[in-house]
Structures are given as C-alpha cells and as structure tokens.
Design a binder for this molecule. Structure first.
Ligand code: SAH
Ligand code: F3S
Length: 486
C-alpha cells in the first residue's frame, strides 16, 4: 500500500470535495501516511458532509481541522506534530474558534495522552471510530474534549460511500480489509489498526460498479495484507478457523475476489496492495494471468535478505522462500513487475546481514521500492526485546547503498521497455512539461509522452524511445492506429 508513503513528510495533502450548497460549516482535512489513510479520509469527509461540513483548503476559515495521522516511523509522527504547531499559530492569530481533531494511527497509539501532550487537540479518533464522529463533534461543540479509540471486530465502513477527494476522476482506492494479524516485530500497525477483518465482496463490487459508472478507469484494492482477505460472512480473520463447515465452503478468498472484480468491470484496470510473501499464494498469479485488466505488478515487501533478521522480525519466510515465490510468479507472469519495501538497521543487523539484503536485491532487480531506516516504535515486540543499537551513521550509509542499488536496478528495468510499445492510462499532465501527458503502464512505471489528441482517462499505446530510472519517455501511436480497448 505504498503509493503514498515514499516519505510521509512530503505526502501531506489537503483535500477538496464536491460541496453541498446547504452546508454552512467548513472542514479542513489532510492526510499523512499510507493509502489506507487517504481512503479513510474520504469516508470521514462523507460522514461530515452529512453533518453540515463542506471542505476548504484554507486553514484560516476552517471550523474544524482534522489530520489523519501515521505512526509507522518516528519521522511520520514528527511531521504531524509540526502540523499541530502550524494549526496552533493559525488558531492564535486568525481563527480562535477553530477546533482540531486527530485521526488515524497516532490517535490510536497515544489515545487520551494526546490531549495532554498537545493542547491544541480537542478530539482524538482512532481508525475504527469514524462513525462516532457526529457524537464526538457534539461533545467538542459543547466545549468538551472527545476521545474514541475503540477498535472494531467488523470491517466497519463497508456501508459508507466514500466521497472522492482531490481526485483526477480516474484512479480510486477501494479498501477490502482492515487491520493486520501478522505481528512483524518492528511494526505498529497491528496495534493501531487492530485485528484483521475483511469486507463483504458485494459491498466491494457495489463500490467498484459505482466508480465505473462515474467514469473511473483504475481501482486499487487496499489492505495491509490483501492476500489474507477472507469473507465468510463477517468477523475477524483469526476466527475463520472456528467458522462453520458451510461458512468455510462458501468463503471468498483474495484470488476469488480479484477474479470477481476483474470480471465485473473488464474495462477497468485493477491493482492491489499490499501483498505479503508469507500469505501470497500461487492462485493469485493464475488469476492475474487470466484477466488482462489486472495489472502485472506486485508490491511484495521483503524487509531484509538475512534469514536471521527475518526471523527476529517475525516474518514467516526466508530469503530463499521469497526468491522461490518470485521465480514462480515470473513462470506464470513473465512480464510482471515487482516492487519492495526494505528496512535497514534493524537491531543487531551486521554488515553480512546488510550484504544479504543487497544480494537479494541484485537477484530480483526490483522495478522500484521504498526503503527505510529502522525506527523503533514504542510498544512493539522489537522495542521490548531488542536495543535499537545500529548507529545512525551506519543506518544512513546502508540506506544510501540500498537506494543506489535500487536506482541501478530500476534503470535496468526501465531500459527493457526502450524500443517497445506499452499501454498507458493517462492520469495527469506531466509536471515537467505541460505539452505532455503522464500516466502509468500496467507494471506501474511512469510514462510521459506528447499529448496529441488524447485526454485524461484514455488508454494509449505508447512507443518508448528513452527512459530514466523511474520514467519511460515515448510517443503515442496515432489515435486511428490504437486498438479499441473495452
Ligand atoms: N502491510 C503494510 C505495511 C505497512 S508499513 C502495507 O500495506 O504496506 C509499510 C512499510 O513500512 C513496511 O513494509 C516496512 O518496510 C516499513 N516499516 C514498518 N515499520 C517500520 C519501522 N518501525 N521502521 C522502519 N520502517 C518500518
Ligand atoms: Fe506491519 Fe507486517 Fe502487518 S509490516 S502491517 S505487521 S504485514
């Protein structure tokens, strides 16, 4: 689910939505962290839209400021603290009536403590408590602080039609599971987002059909761990083992859901994120091979190439099992791209462990990836068991080496497209050149090309003549020569 997490400090994004005329109150909402947060903010905006709030991008006129927060690394939390300082200054100088609420993972992690630590905060709402926002707001409007950080056993938001925020009308996020049961020792997500539960396939299909009607062209199915999706009538994933024989026999798995989605909307591209090596099964690759509208890209974090470190991370796979999974993927899907997440400087990581990570990178040559220095998270198993003992300078150097290797591999991967034609979904104008469109091919590589007569949302065959390590540069085939794409 990495699209939004390259660097949380740069990803803060305030949101605008279609406003209702009768609404009189103003909401400023911004999100940090993973795609799930951005998706959740669309649910929050939808709930508040029914409570008389229209969105604004101007802090100075906001009645309510909400920040959807990320706890994954310390830096992400520091970014939010800085935003709170900013709200404080605006409240003091321009907007004394403004109320401030903190949503998401930091809210869940810090709970009531947030109210003491940050005086500006009036409301603390965890990721499963957004339906309670109308009540919490009433408390705040009555002059009280309000907190709800109760985690749920149900999928929670399946019945809310998200209001698409800051959208290009083309790409949409659709959440399919919430929470994570994997308990990687470094990770705060199981604590902040709770146990894993899946959403009713009918509600997922309903949302996707609705998006198709509105002209959306690509959906990304979202979950912390999409491969462990299972719908057996509702309830926690961990209770699936106690489900009745009937429920087990009629349960929907991730690969089945993927096939249902691909079949329901053959004209829409389908992506999914994030996959987990220990939960991903071969049937997903077969479904990807069967449906041309499922994009040939898998985001498959591996974290470390050292079996010893993987064990201490409580990852349920070895480096060789990861290699074998990728090998099988390429046997079934020869054109599939693969991206990674890596953590450097996990407690006790030796130079040899680091070399093992570089070796695994070299063996796979990922198309792109997201690389991080280990950041100790309070309350996690790693924080309790291990000392964060890799010096900052060493973490930094290892990160640089890994980022450099990734750049080389990315350049190798993009180079493979030069001279070939690739299908691109146009998403926006190129930032560097207003005469060019920017989009992605199904491998999720960015492509730019002259605009011609095309428009945002078109699928275009583009002949690639050049590349950088991250972008393919090409020319569109004339409209008349484009095959019709249903
Ligand atoms: N399964 C999730 C993972 C969320 S965290 C998903 O949907 O993507 C995203 C990435 O952040 C992880 O894969 C890991 O590489 C990194 N990460 C998680 N906890 C971290 C920590 N404590 N320090 C550094 N990086 C971390
Ligand atoms: Fe975190 Fe591991 Fe789940 S990285 S989100 S505990 S798969």
């Amino acid at each position: 689910m990495q699209d939004k997490t390259i660097d949380e400090t740069k990803q803060g994004d305030s949101l605008v939505l279609e406003n209702k005329k009768e609404n009189t109150k103003k909401l400023f909402i911004e999100s940090y962290g993973c795609a799930m947060n951005f998706s959740d903010s669309e649910i929050v905006a939808s709930i508040l839209n029914d409570q008389g709030f229209n969105t604004t991008q101007n802090l100075e006129e906001a009645d309510l400021v909400l920040v959807n927060t990320c706890s994954i690394r310390d830096k992400a939390e520091q970014t939010v603290r800085k935003r709170l300082e900013k709200y404080n200054a605006v409240k003091r100088d321009h907007n004394p009536k403004m109320k401030v609420g903190v949503l998401g993972c930091m809210a869940e992690r810090l709970k009531e403590k947030f109210l003491d630590e940050e005086k500006i905060v009036d409301m603390v709402v965890g990721p499963d408590a957004y339906k309670d926002l109308p009540n919490l707001l009433a408390e705040v409007e009555a002059g009280n602080d309000a907190v709800n950080v109760i985690l749920s056993k149900d999928e929670t938001y399946g019945d809310i039609a998200p209001v698409r925020l800051n959208t290009n009308g083309i790409n949409a996020l659709v959440s399919i599971t919430r929470g994570c049961d994997n308990m990687c020792t470094f990770c705060v997500v199981p604590f902040t987002r709770g146990r894993e539960r899946s959403r009713d396939p009918q509600s997922i299909l309903g949302e996707i059909n609705e998006l198709a009607l509105k002209g959306y062209k690509e959906i990304t199915l979202l979950g912390q761990n999409v491969d462990s999706y299972v719908w057996y009538g509702g309830g926690l994933k961990k209770d699936f083992k106690n489900a009745s024989e009937m429920e087990k026999a009629t349960a929907t798995s991730f690969s089945q859901l993927l096939a249902m989605v691909a079949e329901a909307q053959p004209g829409m591209r389908v992506r999914f994120s994030t996959s987990n090596p220990q939960d991903m099964t071969e049937d997903v690759f077969h479904v990807m091979a069967k449906y041309r509208n499922i994009c040939n890209h898998v985001h498959l974090p591996f974290q470390s190439g050292s079996d010893r470190i993987l064990k201490e991370m409580n990852r349920q796979h070895t480096a060789d099992e990861y290699r074998a999974l990728v090998k099988r993927m390429w046997e079934i899907l020869p054109n599939c791209s693969i991206s990674q997440d890596i953590i450097v400087g996990f407690p006790g990581e030796t130079e040899q462990d680091h070399q093992d990570t570089l070796q695994l990178m070299e063996d796979i040559k990922f198309t792109f990836g997201y690389m991080y220095k280990y950041s100790e998270r309070p309350g996690t198993m790693a924080a309790r068991k291990f000392e964060d003992n890799i010096p900052e300078a060493t973490k930094k150097r290892r990160l640089t080496e890994i980022v450099d290797a990734q750049r080389t591999h990315a350049a190798y991967r993009t180079q493979q497209f030069v001279g070939k034609t690739t299908e691109v979904l146009i998403e926006k104008e190129s930032k560097k050149n207003p005469d060019q469109w920017s989009g992605r091919n199904e491998q999720s590589i960015g492509v730019v090309f002259p605009k011609g007569n095309y428009k945002i949302g078109d699928f275009v065959k583009v002949k690639i003549h050049d590349c950088t390590s991250a972008t393919l540069i090409g020319t569109s085939t004339p409209l008349s020569n484009q095959e019709a794409i249903d």
